[in-house]
Design a protein around this ligand. Structure first.
Ligand code: SF4
Length: 43
């Protein structure tokens, strides 16, 4: 599936219209976290 995220307004209609419930719309959050390289970790 190819979706243009610049045009999608996240209305959820594609999930509502899917005849087999293969598509769902659920709220989620992503938290970015910096992980130091092992060479930068002090011992
Ligand atoms: S139907 Fe709505 S949620 Fe689905 S792709 Fe189109 S704009 Fe986005």
């Amino acid at each position: 599936m190819v979706k243009d995220d610049d045009r999608c307004i996240r209305c959820g209609l594609c999930a509502v219209r899917c005849p087999t419930d293969a598509m769902t719309m659920e709220r989620f959050t992503i938290t970015e976290r910096l992980v130091p390289k092992t060479s930068e970790v002090s011992r």
